[in-house]
Design a protein. Structure first.
Length: 492
């Protein structure tokens, strides 16, 4: 009787943890799914025009820049001091910053205040690897894959909810209400995690690579400032040249620092392994191309079609739905044929989507078809990429390897949209009765750029060694991600 009672209590706790962490994923993706579509409305409220699109895009990119640095740092802090403790800290930061972001227009009429709040909000991107790590440490092996599969699926659910419900909320009451509606929910989940989820007993002795994190963050920020301000000052301006040169110097400094760091953000020894190095290169190309295309579709919807936020959300809905549907199917394909060919096929399919958008984006239906094809390719590319990483990485190094991959992929997600925003800002025309609208040349150049980068990814993909999931991996946890029983973080 007592045994059954304990077992029932354990099952209830397991269900509670999964539902709580899955709900957090939906909550965050609800906000982020609206970050792109709400940009035109945010720009109007702050008095910005299409010429300021590069500046406004910082609302999205600064979140990713800070997140790229915060993920490995918070992950390591969780290993040292406790994953639940760091998750509560990350969620507390998120709750405060999402609240302040909602009131940023009331606090100041400067867009830089909102950008600053979004930057601090990026620290909370570390919630996801911390949540996966709690499950990895606490759950029985037979429940591990199912739990992580459920949480992984919630990213897609959150995106769909965001572009549908979030768009309606934004259009009815303003972009501020995207954040207002999430703030109390974030507070509730912070309290639940703090008082209801147990701390993981797993600890390691390690040091945080604060030097590497500072160099990487500084490099990304200086590069973004240089690219963004080039539209106002010109590429030959001494300040722009100086910022870009310093960012390059910091990149070299980061590479020189890594071999000397005791616990580096990026482990050079892993990059010496051919398939891991290729997979990380592919991750950069995927992040660059995907986010570049997404931001450009938002510009088409907001500036060219003059759609409201609901219209922009619906324009992007096919991509979210297709990705959600095909993600699990892509996982089964990977399990059957290995990750190389689904990964390469996905990138080729994405290029087809970019080419369709390049030639056909004069109507909403044309854009929706193109972005649906792009979404289908992204599903196969993302699932294939992370599974290739899991299979090729030594079991004992999956944590550092997946964190490194996320840093590289996020860097691509930052650089691509920044360049696209500059192209849009520098190539616009005044249309009577409408205002400044991006030129056709800007859209064509961006989709060609996305295709070229994804094409480089295809070449790298063809150089990969196709591998099936190894028997020992099947027994110990990692299965093809995207299958209902597949971890998303490379858990051991």
């Amino acid at each position: 009787m007592n045994g059954n009672g304990e077992n029932g209590k354990s099952k209830r706790y397991t269900l509670f943890v999964v539902l709580t962490l899955a709900s957090i994923a939906v909550m965050v993706m609800y906000v982020e799914a609206m970050a792109f579509p709400s940009l035109p409305m945010v720009m109007r409220d702050f008095g910005l025009t299409v010429e300021d699109y590069a500046l406004a895009s910082w609302i999205v990119t600064i979140y990713l820049v800070v997140g790229a640095v915060a993920i490995p740092v918070f992950g390591k802090l969780g290993d040292i001091y406790g994953k639940k403790k760091m998750l509560v800290i990350a969620m507390s930061i998120y709750t405060v910053m999402v609240t302040l972001t909602g009131f940023s227009r009331d606090i100041s009429d400067s867009i830089y205040v909102m950008i600053a709040f979004r930057a601090a909000q990026g620290l909370a991107m570390s919630m996801f690897p911390l949540a996966f790590s709690i499950i990895r440490d606490e759950f029985p092996r037979e429940k591990l894959a199912v739990a992580q599969g459920i949480i992984s699926a919630m990213f897609g659910v959150g995106t769909v909810v965001g572009v549908v419900v979030g768009a309606w909320v934004t259009e009815m009451w303003g972009w501020q209400w995207t954040y207002h509606t999430v703030a109390p929910v974030a507070l509730l989940f912070t309290i639940l995690v703090a008082f209801k989820i147990k701390e993981s007993p797993v600890r390691i002795k390690a040091k945080i690579d604060y030097v590497g994190a500072s160099i990487l963050g500084g490099m990304l920020v200086l590069f973004l400032v240089g690219v963004t301000e080039s539209g106002n000052r010109g590429w030959t301006d001494p300040l722009i040249v100086g910022l870009l040169l310093v960012s390059v110097a910091l990149l070299f400094a980061f590479a020189l620092w890594l071999p000397r760091a005791k616990d580096p953000l990026v482990r050079p020894s892993l990059l010496k392994q051919r398939d891991i190095a290729l997979t990380n290169g592919i991750a950069f190309m995927i992040g660059f191309a995907m986010f570049t295309a997404n931001q450009t579709v938002v510009a088409i919807g907001g500036f060219t079609f003059q759609l409201n936020t609901i219209g922009i959300g619906l324009l992007m809905l096919p991509m979210a739905v297709i990705t959600l549907i095909l993600g699990p199917g892509a996982g089964f394909v990977v399990k059957r044929w290995g990750p190389k060919w689904p990964l390469t096929f996905g990138m080729i399919l994405s290029i087809m989507g970019y080419m369709m958008l390049l030639g056909y984006h004069s109507t909403e239906n044309e854009v929706m078809v193109g972005i649906a094809v792009m979404g289908a390719g992204s599903a196969f590319a993302m699932v294939g990429s992370i599974n290739m990483l899991l299979i090729t990485t030594p079991k004992e190094e999956t944590g550092i390897s997946t964190a490194m991959n996320m840093v590289i992929r996020t860097s691509g997600s930052v650089v691509g949209p920044a360049l696209a925003a500059v192209i849009i800002s520098n190539n616009s025309s005044i249309i009577p009765g409408i205002g400044a609208v991006p030129d056709e040349y800007a859209y064509q150049l961006i989709f060609v750029m996305a295709s070229v980068f994804m094409g480089i990814g295809v070449i790298l993909g063809l150089l990969l060694t196709n591998k099936q999931a190894l028997p020992e991996l099947e027994k110990s946890g990692p299965r093809p991600v995207g299958v209902a029983a597949g971890p998303a973080d490379g858990s051991k």
